[in-house]
Every structure is written in C-alpha cells, then in structure tokens.
Ligand binder design. Structure first.
Ligand code: NAD
Length: 429
C-alpha cells in the first residue's frame, strides 16, 4: 500500500463508527488540489540543477490550508499528499481554523551549499507564490527545514508581494515575526498529552524508561522535557543509528552538545550523530524501536513500525511525534498486544497549534509572552486529549480511531453546513 492509502485507511476505520453523508466522505477521500513544479537553481560551480517541488492542499473546509515543507531525498507527491491529509485531521483535532496542506522538495540538503540552499528555498517560493499566502495556504518547517529557511522564504514572499507579509509562513526566527515557544511546541504539546495519559493509566512517578527515534527538533526537545521530569531516557537515535543504556539514563543536552561539537554542514545541519558516542551501547534504528522500554517515541519519518517489527515492540505506550510512523498492519498488531498508540494527529499537534498562534500574532501585530503561549497550548492539547480519551472509552476503539472520529466530526460539520444530497432533496441533513 502507498503511504496515502495507509493514511486513508485510518480514516476508513473511523467511518465504521460514524454516520456521515456520502458527500462528506467523497470530499475527504481525495485532495482538493496538488501542484508540482520544477525549481531551477544556479549551483556554486555555475551549473544549473532542476529540483522537483510539491505543494498539496488536501482540504480547506475549516480554513486556509496549513502544513510544513520537507527537504528530503525520498520526498514524493504521494508522501506530501499523505502529510497534507494528516494535517487536515490534525488541525481539526486541536480545533484551529485551518485545513490541511503540505509541501516538499526532493533534495538531500546536506549535499548542497548554504548559498544553494538559500537559492532553492527562494526558488520554492517563486514557483509556488500563487498557491500559498496568509489566507490561502501557510507553510512551516518540517524534516530538514528550519527557522532560517522559513526566514528566507518569508523574505522572498514579501519581496514578490512588495509588502511585509510575515503571516505567509510560520516557524520563523523571532526577529522576523516568529512566536515565542514555536521551536519547542511540537514536543511540548506531545509531552502534555503523554503526562495526562500516564496519569490516567496510573503509571506516574515510576521512572518510566523512554526510547526516542530521531534526534532533531521533535526528538531532542521531548527528550529534554522528559529528562527534566521523572522519566529516564534510555534510547536515542538519528539517521545514522542509535545508542541505548540499561542501568542509567542519557542527558539529552550533553548528547546534543557532543553532536553539535562536530560542527555543522553549511551552518544548518549537524555533522555529528548520536552514533558517534563511544561510551554507550550502539544499536541500529530497528533495534532501538525494539528496546525494552515503557514509552517509545518515533520522532523521525514515516513507516518505521511495520508488521515485521510490531510483534517485537516492548513499550506500553507509543507517542507518535513523527507523522505516520506506524503502518495500519502494525497498528492492528499493537492494539492486540494492548499497546496504546497516541496518534500523530494528536501527539504532534502542538507544532501547528503554536504556528496558528504565530499567524494570529503576525496578523494582529501584537506579540505574546512565552508563558502565555505555553498556557494556551496546554489548554488546547489537554482538552483535545480528554475528549479523544472519552471517545476511545465509550466507543471501545483505538486512540487513533477516536482521534479521527473527533476530527472528522468537526470537518464534516463544515462540509455539511453547505448542504448535502439529503438537504437538497428535502430530507433533514
Ligand atoms: P528534524 O529534521 O529536526 O529531525 C529529524 C531527525 O530524524 C534527525 O535527527 C534525523 O537524523 C532523524 N532521521 C532522519 N531519517 C531517519 C531515519 N531513517 N531513521 C532514524 N532517524 C532518522 O525534523 P523534525 O522537525 O524533528 O521532524 C521529525 C518528525 O516530526 C517528522 O515526521 C515531522 O513531520 C514531525 N513533526 C515535526 C513538527 C515540527 O514542528 N518540527 C511538527 C509536527 C510533526
């Protein structure tokens, strides 16, 4: 199955518990619009390289579409569409007035220079200018894009528009209209949800062991939050491999310090890896997922937990900070084993929530303090968690299906408010 078919099957599962119009089903099963563009970039050696970029607006029933831009060698239109699909449901889970979108460029950003990276990022905006905008579609960072890139993109957008337009992108540097708290928002949102779940399950205060796949924005920051409380981070990994420990726990700040000390590629990506650590046991990314722990946090890329490794997962809770890390086949195996999977559309929704705050602040020209941002984020995340947990308990379904039921109800209300077949035929809906 393609990643998009996997994503759609999660929605199909929720539909088994719902009675919604055929109109709404048909609208939600396909994307609204997709655009692919060639992005020509003048390379440092004088040659021209043409990169392929995509942007997908999956559904905009609740507002302008919103979603990150990914730079990765494996980016495809199918992946971007799947990520835009998840954004649609994620925004509805946290009740923010956005639809779902996503973008990507097929590139290994670590193999191009800083100047080439800037030209590519500005080229992306030139190619997609008519497809994005504060009231249309608002991009943000994702894998291998960061606030520096968002700053270049906002600058390019403003130049073409001939007007300062900070609300066109989120995840910007503070000096270019970013929001306090945005850089840690994805992890903090997931952390709030995890704490509430641990409390509900009566597991708190037990020095719970955590393994985290991916040591970037999402993985590193949640490792810090967990380490600062009573949790023990005993496994970490990045694209080069992982490290585990049995009798002690890692200090994520120290591990990141060592990774940073190896220097940066073009001032944007780290040369070092957690796998450089000499004093700890080395494992592959797959072994890390199967590590003996209480909580497993995939925070890298899609399709990491499959039917092959799901039977060997030992964690009691999986918190999906990455988008789509568990395949539908694996989901069934994990459910049978009694493992609770906190789905991506809730677990990592803190990022888009604070992106929304950033957009609101940009439009108001009035900026909030960090504690105000965190308080609002906590309210939204904990409220969504409570409501979804109740649905799970009442419907006796998985956490993921409960989250889809919750989100779908909101989106469908907006679709059906414009009229359905039943409405136009004189029936009630
Ligand atoms: P990032 O680029 O900051 O970090 C990605 C990390 O994953 C890096 O440590 C990288 O080495 C590692 N990685 C890449 N390929 C890997 C592989 N095959 N196996 C193991 N590790 C691998 O990206 P990020 O922003 O932290 O995003 C991580 C995930 O979180 C993605 O799925 C993204 O869509 C999701 N997410 C991020 C945000 C956000 O605000 N940053 C919001 C919502 C969801």
């Amino acid at each position: 199955m393609s990643t998009f078919e996997n994503a759609n099957s999660q929605f199909e599962e929720a539909l088994k518990y719902m009675d919604i119009s055929q109109d709404a089903k048909d609208i939600l099963k396909a994307s609204k619009e997709e655009m692919t563009a060639s992005i020509p970039v003048r390379m440092d050696d004088g040659s021209l390289k043409v990169f392929e970029g995509h942007r997908v607006h999956y559904n905009d029933s609740l507002g302008p579409t919103k979603g990150g831009i990914r730079y990765h060698p494996d980016v495809t239109l199918d992946e971007v569409k799947s990520l835009a699909f998840w954004m649609t449901f994620k925004c509805a889970v946290v009740g923010i007035p956005y639809g779902g979108g996503k973008g990507g460029v097929t590139v290994n950003p670590k193999e191009i220079s800083k100047q080439e990276l800037e030209r590519l990022s500005r080229g992306y905006v030139q190619a997609f200018y008519d497809f994005i905008g504060p009231d249309k579609d608002i991009p943000a960072p994702d894998v291998y894009t960061n606030e520096t890139i968002m700053g270049w993109m906002t600058d390019e957008y403003s130049k073409i528009a001939r007007a300062y337009t900070p609300a066109a992108f989120t995840g910007k540097p503070l000096s270019l209209g970013g929001s306090q708290g945005r850089s840690v928002a994805t992890s903090l949102g997931g952390f709030y949800v995890l704490k509430d779940l641990v409390k509900k399950l009566g597991m708190e205060g037990k020095g719970l062991k955590v393994a985290i796949q991916g040591f970037g924005n999402a993985g590193y920051n949640i490792a810090r939050f967990l380490h600062d409380e009573e949790y023990r981070v005993i496994g970490l990994s990045d694209s080069k491999g992982g490290i585990v420990c049995k009798d002690y726990c890692f200090d994520p700040v120290k591990i990141m310090g060592a990774k940073k000390s190896k220097g940066m590629i073009d001032g944007v990506y780290y040369k070092g890896t957690v796998h450089d650590e000499k004093d700890h046991e080395h494992v592959s990314n797959n072994e890390l997922l199967e590590t003996d722990c209480d909580i497993l946090i995939p925070a890298a890329i899609e399709n990491q937990i499959t039917e092959k490794n799901a039977p060997k997962i030992k964690a009691k809770i999986i918190l999906e900070l990455a988008n789509g890390p568990v395949t539908p086949e694996a989901d069934k195996i994990l459910a049978d084993k009694g493992i609770i999977v906190v789905p991506d559309i809730l677990a990592n929704a803190g990022g888009v929530t604070v992106s929304y705050f950033e957009w609101v602040q940009n439009r108001q020209g009035y900026y909030w303090a960090e504690n105000e941002v965190f308080e609002k984020l906590q309210n939204i995340m904990c409220n969504a968690f409570q409501n979804i947990y109740s649905i799970m308990t009442v419907k006796k379904c998985t956490f993921r299906t409960a989250a889809y039921i919750y989100a779908t109800t909101r989106i469908v209300e907006a679709i059906e408010a414009k009229g359905t077949k039943e409405f136009f035929n004189g029936n009630s809906k």
